[in-house]
Structure formats: C-alpha cells, structure tokens
Design a protein around this ligand. Sequence first.
Ligand SMILES: [Zn+2]
Ligand SMILES: [Zn+2]
Length: 442
Amino acid sequence: MNQPEIQVGIMAEPTIQFELKGNYQLPDGCSGIKFSVEIRGEDLWLTDESGHTQKANEFKFGSKSSDASFLLKDVTIGINFHWEQKQDQEFRGSLKLIIEDGKVRGVNVVPLEEYLRSVISSEMSATSSPELLKAHAVISRSWLMAQIVKSKKIETEQTNYQATIETADERIRWYDREDHTLFDVCADDHCQRYQGITKIISDKANEAIDATFGEFLMYDNNICDARFSKCCGGVSENFENAWEPVYHPYLSKIVDSEEAATTCVDLRREDEAEHWIRTSPNAFCNTTDQQVLSQVLPDFDQKTQDFYRWQVSYSQTELSTLIHERTGIDFGDIISMEAISRGHSGRIIKLKITGSACTKIIGKELEIRRALSTSHLYSSAFVIDHLDIENGVPQKFVLTGAGWGHGVGLCQIGAAVMGEKGYSYQEILQHYFRDSELVKQY
Ligand SMILES: [Zn+2]
Ligand SMILES: [Zn+2]
C-alpha cells in the first residue's frame, strides 16, 4: 500500500474565497494568488485577482510542493455548538472546489499522515502521554481507512443499509455515522476535528505520527474499524450491541483492568449488572486523577467527573414529559422501566417502558440515552429505583449508572491511565482490541 491521499470536506457556502501560499498548479486561464468561487445556476464561477472569470463544474488547485498551503476565508467551525464561529483556516495539500446541494464545497486533498498530524493536534491535549498519543494516532488512521473501505463497499454492492426495526411493541434503532458521498470525511466533530495547519501542529503530535507512520490495526487481513468512547465503566461493550448486528471479535468485551484474567463477570445477568453498577470496582478508567482526565476531556468537559459511576433523578412529571418529548410516544404516567436485555458492559440494549397509556420496548443504547435525557444520558448502563409509589405509580425515579459513551473499543480514560502507568501503545491497543495485529502498511 502507498500512503493514500484523502479528501476532506472543509466548508460549503454560496461563495468561497481563498488565497494561495506557495507553488500551485492553477486552472488554465487564471492567474494571481487570490480567488473567489461562487455558484450561479448549475455552474461554479471562478474569479481571479484581475477580475477574469470562468465557469466549470469543478476547479482544482494542485499543490506542487510539500510546504505549499492555501488559506480559506470564513470557515464556520463548531457547527451547531454554542461556540459556532467563523475563522480563516490554512491547509497543506491541494484544494478542490465542487458543487454540493446548490453550494460551493471546498475539499482539501491531503496525504493521510499529514491529515493525522492535524487531527491529533486538535483532538488530543498536549499534556497527553506519548504512548496515549501513539495509540490514538493508530486508531484515527485505522478508523479513517475502515470508513473509506466501507463506503466503497456499500457503493459497489448497493447495500440497502437498515438501522431501524419498528413493530407495535418495539422500537430498536442504532445510529452510525452517516457517510459522505462527495468526499471521505468532513472536518467537523461529526468525523474527526481537522483544522489543517491553522493550529500549530504540536511536537508531540508529530512524534506520535512519526513513531507509528503507516501502522494500522488489522484483524483477519482487514483494517479494524477502531471505535472508542470516553469511559467503558469497567468492562467494554460488543459492537453488535450498539450498532448493526455483526460480530467483530476485536470489538468485543474486555475487562478494563490489570486483573482482567481473574475478573469474571457476566453483566448480561441482571443480578451481576446490579451489583457491578452500584459498586465502584477497580478498573483503569476508575480514576479521579485531574492530570490524567485533562488529557482526554476537553476543557469544557472537566467539570463532569462523575462518569465512572453517576446518578440522575427525575420526578414522575419530569420523566413522563421528557420521554414523551424525546420519543414522540405518550406513555401516560411511567409505571416502570425494566432492562429486558443487557450487553457485556451492563449497557441496556432493550428497555421496557410500561406506562399508564402504553407499553413499549426501546433500544439500542443511543436511543435509550436520548429518550431519558434532554441531551444524552452518560450511558445506557444503569439500574433504576422506583420510589415514593402512590397507587402503583412511582413519584420519583433514580438512575444509577456506569461509564460514558457507547463503551465499544478503546476506553479513552482507561487508555490515558495505562499510558501514565507506563504501558506501551502496542500494549494499550492489544488490551482494548483483542487479537488485533499492528501492521505497517507503508
Ligand atoms: Zn463527517
Ligand atoms: Zn474503561
């Protein structure tokens, strides 16, 4: 394999303005370094500094040297977050301008490793241990290539991808990242946050990329779809319990501790899940070490530290209103909530909600987390106390839970702790992605 070039969708606007810095192959007939492209009818119109305009359905500015870069004006970042804002951003590699839904889409064509340097700098804290950064570099690289391979496969096989099973009694859904069709990944948190060289690439990120250059996590000759979440809660979850029903051996249950070999818990059993969630067993991710947490949690997340074990309470009115709003189903008063099936991490896959007006089973984990919180409940690994029962109707509910996120694959908090304890990145990856192999592909 040669190092692939990937296509990153940066921005989509009616008009895009940009400036070249360095040696670029320009489209025939234009000159200068400042350009703007706008959409008019069915075409893209390119205007250069001298005012010369020309139309086409695609323009490409090909990078002719490794240090050439281009500056995109007014890129919107943090889309749909409270900190959404516009910023000029600078990128290495080539710029492609294409048409997407009546807008001009700027696409950065960039070598994979160059892309990763930026992603690791953006997504990881500079205080992270070198081994954690290397583990993340391998995961980001593998995840990205696995997505590209998967989209190509879905395209060629024309598979009809189904992610909802709805009957009168059940609503079982899973939410995977929707694929992009005109480029490989976007630059926002939807895929991986990418700001090119706008933000200085940290020395630590560079070292992590150089040390793992071209290394992929492989299983059975395929690149692993290397998932990760914030905190598994002590045991990781199987892929098929969160998403489509396909078993991936390298994305199946691991006990997140040094004593893994002697810890034998089956959290699919209600009694064991109950005991596990209500206690705080040893695990790599069972930590309150600020230094370690700050490596993985962005600043605005650091106030939330009760993620290994957490608690949320609702009154009857709060809960019944919330579930009605979030699911669109009117259950009336909520009489009971019961775990019908749990995965290996204790995460509920199917939750039966019995109301005075209707009864329904919902799943999988993200559907449950969305139904029971105005944003997302930390995880679906929880047990429920039905309290202050009046005429068979509980007036209060307390959810006691474990972990943060889907819990499949690498546990970020656990991996950060392993890095601090002196485990190598190979050991960290081996721990979370069982029986996977690390293979240098180029
Ligand atoms: Zn995306
Ligand atoms: Zn963990």
